[in-house]
Write a protein that binds this ligand. Structure first.
Ligand code: HEM
Length: 424
Protein backbone atom coordinates (compact mmCIF):
# COMPACT_ATOMS: atom_id res chain seq x y z
CA UNK A 1 0.00 0.00 0.00
CA UNK A 2 2.71 2.50 0.85
CA UNK A 3 5.69 2.98 -1.42
CA UNK A 4 9.16 3.40 0.13
CA UNK A 5 9.51 7.07 -0.78
CA UNK A 6 6.26 7.93 1.02
CA UNK A 7 7.73 6.44 4.19
CA UNK A 8 11.15 8.09 3.86
CA UNK A 9 10.30 11.56 2.54
CA UNK A 10 10.24 14.42 5.03
CA UNK A 11 6.57 14.96 5.96
CA UNK A 12 6.59 18.47 4.51
CA UNK A 13 7.39 17.06 1.09
CA UNK A 14 4.41 14.73 0.90
CA UNK A 15 2.09 15.83 -1.88
CA UNK A 16 -1.52 15.65 -0.73
CA UNK A 17 -2.83 18.55 -2.77
CA UNK A 18 -1.65 19.07 -6.34
CA UNK A 19 -4.24 18.24 -8.99
CA UNK A 20 -1.56 16.57 -11.11
CA UNK A 21 -0.85 14.09 -8.36
CA UNK A 22 -4.49 13.05 -8.17
CA UNK A 23 -4.68 12.83 -11.95
CA UNK A 24 -1.59 10.71 -12.41
CA UNK A 25 -1.46 8.59 -9.23
CA UNK A 26 -4.91 8.76 -7.64
CA UNK A 27 -5.67 9.63 -4.02
CA UNK A 28 -2.62 9.87 -1.72
CA UNK A 29 -3.80 7.16 0.66
CA UNK A 30 -0.29 6.11 1.71
CA UNK A 31 0.58 9.73 2.50
CA UNK A 32 -2.59 10.21 4.54
CA UNK A 33 -1.97 6.96 6.43
CA UNK A 34 1.47 8.23 7.39
CA UNK A 35 0.08 11.61 8.43
CA UNK A 36 -2.58 9.93 10.58
CA UNK A 37 0.19 8.01 12.34
CA UNK A 38 2.86 10.64 12.65
CA UNK A 39 1.34 14.10 12.30
CA UNK A 40 -2.45 14.15 12.03
CA UNK A 41 -2.58 17.94 12.16
CA UNK A 42 0.20 18.92 9.81
CA UNK A 43 1.02 22.31 8.33
CA UNK A 44 1.84 22.33 4.62
CA UNK A 45 3.04 25.23 2.47
CA UNK A 46 3.51 23.74 -1.01
CA UNK A 47 4.70 25.97 -3.86
CA UNK A 48 1.87 28.09 -5.25
CA UNK A 49 -0.45 27.53 -2.27
CA UNK A 50 -1.18 29.59 0.80
CA UNK A 51 -0.27 27.45 3.82
CA UNK A 52 -2.86 25.07 5.26
CA UNK A 53 -3.20 22.49 8.01
CA UNK A 54 -4.04 18.99 6.78
CA UNK A 55 -6.60 17.37 9.10
CA UNK A 56 -6.51 13.63 8.51
CA UNK A 57 -8.17 11.98 11.55
CA UNK A 58 -11.87 11.15 11.68
CA UNK A 59 -12.35 12.59 15.19
CA UNK A 60 -10.82 15.93 14.19
CA UNK A 61 -12.92 16.26 11.03
CA UNK A 62 -15.98 15.64 13.21
CA UNK A 63 -15.11 18.10 15.95
CA UNK A 64 -14.08 20.88 13.56
CA UNK A 65 -17.18 20.41 11.34
CA UNK A 66 -19.43 20.62 14.39
CA UNK A 67 -18.13 23.99 15.51
CA UNK A 68 -18.98 26.48 12.75
CA UNK A 69 -18.68 29.23 15.36
CA UNK A 70 -14.98 28.44 15.81
CA UNK A 71 -14.17 27.18 12.30
CA UNK A 72 -15.96 29.11 9.61
CA UNK A 73 -16.70 28.08 6.04
CA UNK A 74 -16.80 31.59 4.58
CA UNK A 75 -13.51 32.77 3.11
CA UNK A 76 -11.13 30.15 1.79
CA UNK A 77 -13.27 27.05 1.29
CA UNK A 78 -11.17 24.96 -1.10
CA UNK A 79 -7.45 24.76 -1.79
CA UNK A 80 -6.19 25.95 -5.16
CA UNK A 81 -2.72 27.08 -6.22
CA UNK A 82 -3.68 30.73 -6.15
CA UNK A 83 -0.76 32.57 -4.57
CA UNK A 84 -0.55 34.79 -7.65
CA UNK A 85 -4.24 35.66 -7.31
CA UNK A 86 -3.82 36.36 -3.60
CA UNK A 87 -1.23 38.98 -4.52
CA UNK A 88 -3.80 40.66 -6.79
CA UNK A 89 -6.61 40.45 -4.20
CA UNK A 90 -8.37 38.05 -6.56
CA UNK A 91 -8.25 34.82 -4.54
CA UNK A 92 -11.45 32.81 -4.22
CA UNK A 93 -11.45 33.55 -0.49
CA UNK A 94 -11.18 37.33 -0.75
CA UNK A 95 -13.32 37.68 -3.81
CA UNK A 96 -15.59 34.62 -4.08
CA UNK A 97 -17.09 34.01 -7.51
CA UNK A 98 -20.09 32.41 -5.75
CA UNK A 99 -21.69 32.71 -2.31
CA UNK A 100 -23.16 29.27 -1.76
CA UNK A 101 -24.10 27.22 1.27
CA UNK A 102 -20.61 25.72 1.38
CA UNK A 103 -18.97 29.12 1.90
CA UNK A 104 -21.57 30.65 4.21
CA UNK A 105 -21.91 30.49 8.00
CA UNK A 106 -24.79 30.51 10.45
CA UNK A 107 -27.20 32.16 10.84
CA UNK A 108 -27.22 33.18 7.17
CA UNK A 109 -26.31 29.65 6.09
CA UNK A 110 -29.39 28.21 7.75
CA UNK A 111 -31.71 30.76 6.15
CA UNK A 112 -30.45 29.85 2.70
CA UNK A 113 -30.45 26.12 3.35
CA UNK A 114 -34.06 26.32 4.47
CA UNK A 115 -35.10 27.73 1.10
CA UNK A 116 -34.68 24.34 -0.55
CA UNK A 117 -34.19 21.75 2.19
CA UNK A 118 -37.77 20.42 1.98
CA UNK A 119 -36.89 18.97 -1.43
CA UNK A 120 -34.10 16.83 -0.01
CA UNK A 121 -35.52 15.27 3.14
CA UNK A 122 -35.52 11.44 3.26
CA UNK A 123 -39.30 11.48 2.85
CA UNK A 124 -39.27 13.86 -0.15
CA UNK A 125 -36.56 11.78 -1.78
CA UNK A 126 -38.45 8.53 -1.30
CA UNK A 127 -41.18 9.96 -3.52
CA UNK A 128 -38.63 10.16 -6.33
CA UNK A 129 -37.79 6.48 -6.25
CA UNK A 130 -40.25 5.35 -8.94
CA UNK A 131 -39.00 8.01 -11.35
CA UNK A 132 -35.39 7.23 -10.51
CA UNK A 133 -36.09 3.61 -11.26
CA UNK A 134 -37.40 4.54 -14.73
CA UNK A 135 -34.43 6.80 -15.44
CA UNK A 136 -31.99 4.08 -14.40
CA UNK A 137 -33.82 1.57 -16.55
CA UNK A 138 -33.45 3.92 -19.52
CA UNK A 139 -29.73 4.26 -18.88
CA UNK A 140 -29.24 0.49 -18.92
CA UNK A 141 -31.56 0.14 -21.93
CA UNK A 142 -29.32 2.61 -23.77
CA UNK A 143 -26.33 0.50 -22.78
CA UNK A 144 -28.01 -2.54 -24.29
CA UNK A 145 -29.39 -0.71 -27.33
CA UNK A 146 -26.80 -2.21 -29.68
CA UNK A 147 -27.33 -5.80 -28.49
CA UNK A 148 -26.24 -7.83 -25.50
CA UNK A 149 -22.53 -7.03 -25.89
CA UNK A 150 -21.38 -3.50 -25.05
CA UNK A 151 -18.14 -1.60 -25.14
CA UNK A 152 -18.35 1.97 -23.78
CA UNK A 153 -16.78 4.61 -21.58
CA UNK A 154 -18.56 3.77 -18.34
CA UNK A 155 -18.15 7.29 -16.90
CA UNK A 156 -19.59 9.24 -19.82
CA UNK A 157 -22.11 6.74 -21.15
CA UNK A 158 -23.42 5.19 -17.95
CA UNK A 159 -22.37 6.65 -14.58
CA UNK A 160 -22.92 10.29 -15.53
CA UNK A 161 -26.41 9.82 -16.99
CA UNK A 162 -28.62 8.76 -14.09
CA UNK A 163 -27.71 11.38 -11.44
CA UNK A 164 -27.55 14.08 -14.12
CA UNK A 165 -31.04 13.28 -15.42
CA UNK A 166 -32.46 13.16 -11.90
CA UNK A 167 -31.15 16.52 -10.75
CA UNK A 168 -31.94 18.26 -14.03
CA UNK A 169 -35.51 16.96 -13.84
CA UNK A 170 -35.79 18.22 -10.25
CA UNK A 171 -34.59 21.63 -11.42
CA UNK A 172 -36.88 21.54 -14.44
CA UNK A 173 -33.97 21.77 -16.89
CA UNK A 174 -35.06 20.30 -20.25
CA UNK A 175 -33.40 17.12 -21.42
CA UNK A 176 -31.80 18.79 -24.44
CA UNK A 177 -29.77 20.97 -22.03
CA UNK A 178 -28.27 18.04 -20.11
CA UNK A 179 -25.06 18.20 -22.11
CA UNK A 180 -24.72 21.90 -21.32
CA UNK A 181 -25.07 21.13 -17.61
CA UNK A 182 -22.51 18.35 -17.92
CA UNK A 183 -20.00 20.59 -19.69
CA UNK A 184 -20.37 23.42 -17.15
CA UNK A 185 -19.98 20.90 -14.32
CA UNK A 186 -16.87 19.37 -15.86
CA UNK A 187 -15.35 22.81 -16.31
CA UNK A 188 -16.15 23.65 -12.68
CA UNK A 189 -14.66 20.56 -11.07
CA UNK A 190 -11.97 20.27 -13.77
CA UNK A 191 -10.62 23.80 -13.14
CA UNK A 192 -7.12 22.34 -12.99
CA UNK A 193 -7.58 19.48 -15.44
CA UNK A 194 -5.84 20.08 -18.78
CA UNK A 195 -8.79 18.50 -20.60
CA UNK A 196 -11.52 20.70 -19.10
CA UNK A 197 -9.71 23.82 -17.92
CA UNK A 198 -10.63 27.04 -19.70
CA UNK A 199 -7.56 28.95 -20.74
CA UNK A 200 -7.60 32.68 -20.14
CA UNK A 201 -5.51 35.62 -19.01
CA UNK A 202 -7.75 36.63 -16.15
CA UNK A 203 -9.52 34.75 -13.42
CA UNK A 204 -12.88 35.77 -14.85
CA UNK A 205 -11.97 34.33 -18.25
CA UNK A 206 -10.99 31.07 -16.63
CA UNK A 207 -14.30 31.05 -14.76
CA UNK A 208 -16.25 31.93 -17.92
CA UNK A 209 -18.52 28.90 -17.48
CA UNK A 210 -20.09 30.69 -14.49
CA UNK A 211 -21.19 33.55 -16.71
CA UNK A 212 -22.77 31.09 -19.16
CA UNK A 213 -24.55 29.32 -16.33
CA UNK A 214 -25.79 32.63 -14.86
CA UNK A 215 -27.24 33.67 -18.23
CA UNK A 216 -28.91 30.30 -18.54
CA UNK A 217 -30.46 30.63 -15.09
CA UNK A 218 -31.77 34.11 -15.87
CA UNK A 219 -33.76 32.69 -18.77
CA UNK A 220 -35.01 29.78 -16.69
CA UNK A 221 -36.03 32.03 -13.77
CA UNK A 222 -37.87 34.45 -16.06
CA UNK A 223 -39.79 31.52 -17.49
CA UNK A 224 -40.76 30.13 -14.06
CA UNK A 225 -41.79 33.55 -12.78
CA UNK A 226 -44.17 33.78 -15.70
CA UNK A 227 -45.18 30.10 -15.76
CA UNK A 228 -44.67 28.40 -12.39
CA UNK A 229 -44.23 24.62 -12.41
CA UNK A 230 -43.63 21.92 -9.86
CA UNK A 231 -39.85 22.15 -9.89
CA UNK A 232 -36.99 23.46 -7.79
CA UNK A 233 -36.29 26.38 -10.12
CA UNK A 234 -39.85 27.61 -9.53
CA UNK A 235 -39.17 27.43 -5.78
CA UNK A 236 -36.02 29.50 -6.27
CA UNK A 237 -37.79 31.95 -8.60
CA UNK A 238 -40.34 32.74 -5.90
CA UNK A 239 -38.11 32.38 -2.84
CA UNK A 240 -38.13 35.13 -0.20
CA UNK A 241 -35.52 35.66 2.43
CA UNK A 242 -36.43 37.47 5.65
CA UNK A 243 -39.44 38.98 3.91
CA UNK A 244 -37.54 40.30 0.88
CA UNK A 245 -36.32 38.95 -2.45
CA UNK A 246 -33.20 36.76 -2.50
CA UNK A 247 -30.23 38.77 -3.84
CA UNK A 248 -29.50 37.64 -7.43
CA UNK A 249 -25.86 36.65 -6.78
CA UNK A 250 -26.79 34.38 -3.86
CA UNK A 251 -29.78 33.00 -5.77
CA UNK A 252 -27.58 32.02 -8.70
CA UNK A 253 -24.98 30.57 -6.34
CA UNK A 254 -27.55 28.33 -4.69
CA UNK A 255 -28.89 27.16 -8.04
CA UNK A 256 -25.38 26.52 -9.35
CA UNK A 257 -24.39 24.54 -6.26
CA UNK A 258 -27.41 22.25 -6.52
CA UNK A 259 -26.97 21.85 -10.26
CA UNK A 260 -23.33 20.76 -10.11
CA UNK A 261 -23.09 19.14 -6.65
CA UNK A 262 -26.29 17.30 -7.38
CA UNK A 263 -24.76 14.93 -9.90
CA UNK A 264 -20.99 15.14 -10.28
CA UNK A 265 -20.19 13.68 -6.86
CA UNK A 266 -22.70 10.89 -7.36
CA UNK A 267 -21.27 10.14 -10.79
CA UNK A 268 -17.83 9.80 -9.21
CA UNK A 269 -19.22 7.49 -6.55
CA UNK A 270 -20.87 5.32 -9.22
CA UNK A 271 -17.70 5.17 -11.34
CA UNK A 272 -15.47 4.56 -8.33
CA UNK A 273 -18.00 2.02 -7.06
CA UNK A 274 -17.73 0.04 -10.28
CA UNK A 275 -13.93 0.03 -9.99
CA UNK A 276 -14.17 -1.14 -6.37
CA UNK A 277 -16.49 -3.98 -7.40
CA UNK A 278 -14.18 -4.98 -10.25
CA UNK A 279 -11.24 -5.00 -7.86
CA UNK A 280 -13.21 -7.11 -5.37
CA UNK A 281 -15.01 -9.74 -7.46
CA UNK A 282 -16.09 -11.62 -4.34
CA UNK A 283 -17.96 -8.53 -3.11
CA UNK A 284 -19.49 -8.04 -6.57
CA UNK A 285 -20.74 -11.62 -6.44
CA UNK A 286 -22.23 -11.12 -2.97
CA UNK A 287 -24.13 -8.08 -4.19
CA UNK A 288 -25.49 -9.97 -7.20
CA UNK A 289 -26.62 -12.84 -4.97
CA UNK A 290 -28.15 -10.61 -2.31
CA UNK A 291 -29.48 -7.29 -3.74
CA UNK A 292 -30.75 -6.52 -0.21
CA UNK A 293 -27.17 -5.49 0.55
CA UNK A 294 -27.44 -2.52 -1.77
CA UNK A 295 -28.19 0.00 0.95
CA UNK A 296 -25.06 -0.86 2.95
CA UNK A 297 -23.11 -1.20 -0.28
CA UNK A 298 -24.06 2.36 -1.28
CA UNK A 299 -22.59 3.75 1.94
CA UNK A 300 -19.51 1.59 1.63
CA UNK A 301 -19.01 2.94 -1.88
CA UNK A 302 -19.21 6.51 -0.58
CA UNK A 303 -16.75 5.67 2.21
CA UNK A 304 -14.35 3.80 -0.04
CA UNK A 305 -14.40 6.28 -2.96
CA UNK A 306 -14.93 9.52 -0.98
CA UNK A 307 -15.63 11.70 -4.06
CA UNK A 308 -15.33 14.93 -2.06
CA UNK A 309 -11.66 15.10 -1.15
CA UNK A 310 -11.59 18.19 1.01
CA UNK A 311 -13.30 21.33 2.22
CA UNK A 312 -11.52 24.07 4.14
CA UNK A 313 -12.42 25.81 7.39
CA UNK A 314 -10.84 28.97 8.74
CA UNK A 315 -10.01 29.23 12.45
CA UNK A 316 -11.94 32.10 14.02
CA UNK A 317 -9.66 32.30 17.07
CA UNK A 318 -6.34 30.84 18.22
CA UNK A 319 -6.67 27.25 19.38
CA UNK A 320 -4.78 24.02 19.83
CA UNK A 321 -5.53 20.71 18.12
CA UNK A 322 -3.47 17.62 19.03
CA UNK A 323 -0.77 19.90 20.41
CA UNK A 324 -0.50 22.09 17.30
CA UNK A 325 -0.95 25.84 17.75
CA UNK A 326 -3.51 27.04 15.23
CA UNK A 327 -3.79 30.81 14.77
CA UNK A 328 -6.92 32.79 13.99
CA UNK A 329 -7.16 32.99 10.19
CA UNK A 330 -5.32 29.69 9.55
CA UNK A 331 -6.85 27.29 7.04
CA UNK A 332 -7.72 23.73 7.98
CA UNK A 333 -8.28 21.27 5.15
CA UNK A 334 -10.62 18.44 6.15
CA UNK A 335 -9.54 15.39 4.15
CA UNK A 336 -12.63 13.17 4.04
CA UNK A 337 -11.03 10.16 2.27
CA UNK A 338 -8.41 10.05 5.03
CA UNK A 339 -11.00 10.22 7.80
CA UNK A 340 -12.79 7.40 5.99
CA UNK A 341 -9.73 5.14 6.23
CA UNK A 342 -9.00 5.97 9.87
CA UNK A 343 -7.81 2.77 11.56
CA UNK A 344 -9.17 3.98 14.89
CA UNK A 345 -12.73 4.02 13.52
CA UNK A 346 -12.98 1.42 10.77
CA UNK A 347 -12.05 -2.20 11.05
CA UNK A 348 -9.72 -3.12 8.22
CA UNK A 349 -10.30 0.30 6.59
CA UNK A 350 -8.59 -0.49 3.30
CA UNK A 351 -10.85 -3.42 2.53
CA UNK A 352 -14.07 -2.88 0.60
CA UNK A 353 -17.04 -4.72 2.15
CA UNK A 354 -20.51 -4.37 0.69
CA UNK A 355 -22.05 -5.26 4.06
CA UNK A 356 -19.93 -2.99 6.26
CA UNK A 357 -21.86 -2.14 9.41
CA UNK A 358 -21.53 0.12 11.31
CA UNK A 359 -20.17 2.56 8.78
CA UNK A 360 -19.85 6.02 10.34
CA UNK A 361 -18.11 7.44 7.28
CA UNK A 362 -17.76 11.16 6.64
CA UNK A 363 -18.15 11.01 2.87
CA UNK A 364 -21.10 13.42 3.18
CA UNK A 365 -19.40 15.57 5.82
CA UNK A 366 -21.01 16.10 9.22
CA UNK A 367 -22.52 18.91 11.30
CA UNK A 368 -23.68 22.26 9.99
CA UNK A 369 -22.86 21.59 6.33
CA UNK A 370 -23.80 17.91 6.22
CA UNK A 371 -24.56 17.15 2.58
CA UNK A 372 -28.01 18.42 1.72
CA UNK A 373 -28.25 15.82 -1.04
CA UNK A 374 -27.15 12.80 1.02
CA UNK A 375 -30.54 11.06 0.87
CA UNK A 376 -30.79 11.66 -2.85
CA UNK A 377 -27.21 10.47 -3.45
CA UNK A 378 -27.85 7.31 -1.41
CA UNK A 379 -30.99 6.57 -3.38
CA UNK A 380 -29.26 7.28 -6.72
CA UNK A 381 -26.55 4.79 -5.76
CA UNK A 382 -28.89 2.15 -4.39
CA UNK A 383 -31.13 2.18 -7.45
CA UNK A 384 -28.16 2.28 -9.81
CA UNK A 385 -26.36 -0.70 -8.29
CA UNK A 386 -29.58 -2.67 -7.94
CA UNK A 387 -30.06 -2.36 -11.70
CA UNK A 388 -26.41 -3.06 -12.42
CA UNK A 389 -26.37 -6.19 -10.28
CA UNK A 390 -29.52 -7.45 -11.97
CA UNK A 391 -28.82 -6.60 -15.58
CA UNK A 392 -25.09 -6.58 -16.18
CA UNK A 393 -24.04 -10.21 -16.53
CA UNK A 394 -20.42 -9.44 -17.09
CA UNK A 395 -18.24 -6.33 -17.12
CA UNK A 396 -14.47 -5.88 -17.40
CA UNK A 397 -11.97 -3.13 -18.10
CA UNK A 398 -11.20 -2.63 -21.78
CA UNK A 399 -8.37 -0.11 -21.34
CA UNK A 400 -6.63 2.15 -18.85
CA UNK A 401 -8.63 4.28 -16.41
CA UNK A 402 -8.10 8.07 -16.58
CA UNK A 403 -8.51 10.15 -13.45
CA UNK A 404 -9.59 13.74 -13.05
CA UNK A 405 -6.77 16.16 -12.24
CA UNK A 406 -8.43 17.64 -9.18
CA UNK A 407 -7.92 17.61 -5.43
CA UNK A 408 -11.33 19.02 -4.44
CA UNK A 409 -13.86 16.62 -5.98
CA UNK A 410 -12.23 13.75 -7.76
CA UNK A 411 -12.59 10.37 -9.31
CA UNK A 412 -12.32 8.48 -12.58
CA UNK A 413 -12.68 10.52 -15.77
CA UNK A 414 -12.81 7.61 -18.20
CA UNK A 415 -13.33 3.90 -17.61
CA UNK A 416 -13.31 1.90 -20.83
CA UNK A 417 -15.34 -1.25 -20.23
CA UNK A 418 -16.80 -4.11 -22.20
CA UNK A 419 -19.41 -6.60 -21.10
CA UNK A 420 -22.76 -8.24 -21.56
CA UNK A 421 -26.18 -7.00 -20.51
CA UNK A 422 -29.58 -8.68 -20.12
CA UNK A 423 -32.76 -7.11 -21.43
CA UNK A 424 -34.91 -5.32 -18.81
C1 HEM B 1 -22.01 10.66 -3.39
C2 HEM B 1 -22.45 11.87 -3.59
C3 HEM B 1 -22.14 13.07 -2.71
C4 HEM B 1 -21.09 13.29 -1.88
C5 HEM B 1 -19.90 12.37 -1.59
C6 HEM B 1 -21.30 14.60 -1.27
C7 HEM B 1 -20.46 15.16 -0.33
C8 HEM B 1 -20.69 16.35 0.32
C9 HEM B 1 -19.89 16.87 1.41
C10 HEM B 1 -18.65 16.21 1.98
C11 HEM B 1 -20.45 18.03 1.80
C12 HEM B 1 -20.03 18.85 3.04
C13 HEM B 1 -19.40 20.19 2.81
C14 HEM B 1 -18.84 20.80 4.06
O1 HEM B 1 -18.85 20.21 5.18
O2 HEM B 1 -18.37 21.93 3.94
C15 HEM B 1 -21.60 18.27 0.95
C16 HEM B 1 -22.42 19.38 1.00
C17 HEM B 1 -23.44 19.60 0.11
N1 HEM B 1 -23.94 18.74 -0.84
FE1 HEM B 1 -23.27 16.90 -1.23
N2 HEM B 1 -22.45 15.13 -1.78
C18 HEM B 1 -23.00 14.23 -2.66
C19 HEM B 1 -24.18 14.37 -3.37
C20 HEM B 1 -24.96 15.49 -3.36
C21 HEM B 1 -26.20 15.62 -4.09
C22 HEM B 1 -26.87 14.54 -4.93
C23 HEM B 1 -26.64 16.87 -3.86
C24 HEM B 1 -27.94 17.38 -4.43
C25 HEM B 1 -28.34 18.57 -4.39
C26 HEM B 1 -25.68 17.53 -2.98
C27 HEM B 1 -25.75 18.83 -2.51
C28 HEM B 1 -24.97 19.35 -1.50
C29 HEM B 1 -25.16 20.68 -0.96
C30 HEM B 1 -26.20 21.69 -1.40
C31 HEM B 1 -24.19 20.84 0.05
C32 HEM B 1 -23.96 22.06 0.92
C33 HEM B 1 -24.59 21.87 2.26
C34 HEM B 1 -24.30 23.00 3.20
O3 HEM B 1 -23.27 23.66 3.09
O4 HEM B 1 -25.15 23.22 4.07
N3 HEM B 1 -24.68 16.65 -2.70
N4 HEM B 1 -21.74 17.22 0.07
Amino acid sequence: MSSPDVESLPLDELDVITAARYGTRGYPHAEWARLRRESPVHRFAPPGYEPFWAITKHADVVSISKRPDRFRSAGRFILLPELDLVAEGQSLAENPPLRMLVNMDPPEHRDYRRLISAWFTPRAVRRLEARLDEITCEVFDELGAGGPEFEVDFVRDVAARQPLRMITEMLGIPREDEDFVLRVTNENFGLEDPEFRREGETRDERLGFLREAAEYLQRLLADRRARPRDDLTTVLAHARLNGGPVPPFELFSLFFLVMVAGHDTTRNAISGGLLALLDHPGEFERLRRDPGLVSRAADEIVRFTSPVIHFVRTAVEDCEIRGQRIRAGDSLALFYPSANRDEEVFEDPFSFRVDREPNPHLGFGIGEHFCLGASLARLDLQVFFRHLARRVEHVELAGPVDRLHASFVGGPKRIPVRGRIRPA
